[in-house]
Design a binder for this molecule. Sequence first.
Ligand SMILES: [Zn+2]
Ligand SMILES: [Zn+2]
Length: 340
Amino acid sequence: MSENTIQAYAALEAGAALVPYQFDAGELQAHQVEVKVEYCGLCHSDVSVINNEWGNAVFPVVGGHEIIGTITQLGSEAKGLKVGQRVGIGWTAESCQYCDPCISGQQVLCTGEKQATIVGHAGGFANKVRAGWQWIIPLPEDLDPESAGPLLCGGITVFDPILKHQIQAVHHVGVIGIGGLGHMAIKLLKAWGCEITAFTSSLDKTDELKAMGADHVVNSRDANALKAQRGKFDLLLCTVNVTLDWKLYLNTLAPNGSIHMLGMVVEPMAIPAGNLISGAKSVTGSPTGSPFALRQLLQFAARKNIAPQIELYPMSKINDALERLHSGKARYRIVLKADF
Ligand SMILES: [Zn+2]
Ligand SMILES: [Zn+2]
């Protein structure tokens, strides 16, 4: 087996169970870095690509984009990294480095040639993975490598809007849907100092969510409970991917408040313009985050002792882990430990 052989778990066609899959990755390119995978989180987007729900999957699909590992090979152009260093890789593996968003440090919005880690590129359900050096994020020493992976996709997805909306400790933030993303949002906002309301349909999680940092827990399916929240929120982070009564949620915003979309709701949103105009409200959205925000997140998480709550599976049991994810019972993120 050459040093460029990668062992992985792949879906050979849409919706198929994952099977062991080996391929030759070829010579490492000058701008790339190769990482030996230690842990990889399991994200709903992995399932979306494996099932080709977005129509852009390239089979065989090797999923996995919440990767923690150590550097095994450095391309000649890679800067500021060293072999053996522990790092993370998230949703994006490469960006063009010369378009306006890239030049301005917003590489996640790259309009040139960009490469997602698991679309037409082999991700972290493998013993090794490769990415452009700018997307290799150094892991602070104090961060537990076993649970840090989910910060690289789920975590940054909820952290980036906290930065973009300039959320401060005096603000009241609502989190809609408390799964992998939502529970990380609560932990981050708690450390940020905000007042936090968790919206969930699983009220059996109430004590857990309060222990995590939620000040209030509201039943997301109870229209009267939602009406009672009128005018409260500076920001609502929507992590669910189903249609909600958007008018009702708009009414829960404080003046200048925003609903920020993170879940891929397929159906167009019905937004009454009057509700936006009267309180200067907005509906916004964002994908994951750029390398600088990722570095800030990992440093913040290390300093504030924030770790995603995970269930650990050996990577060889990846199909069991996927089933667990489907069941909706995982608390709150699944991480796979590479055992090749
Ligand atoms: Zn993801
Ligand atoms: Zn670019």
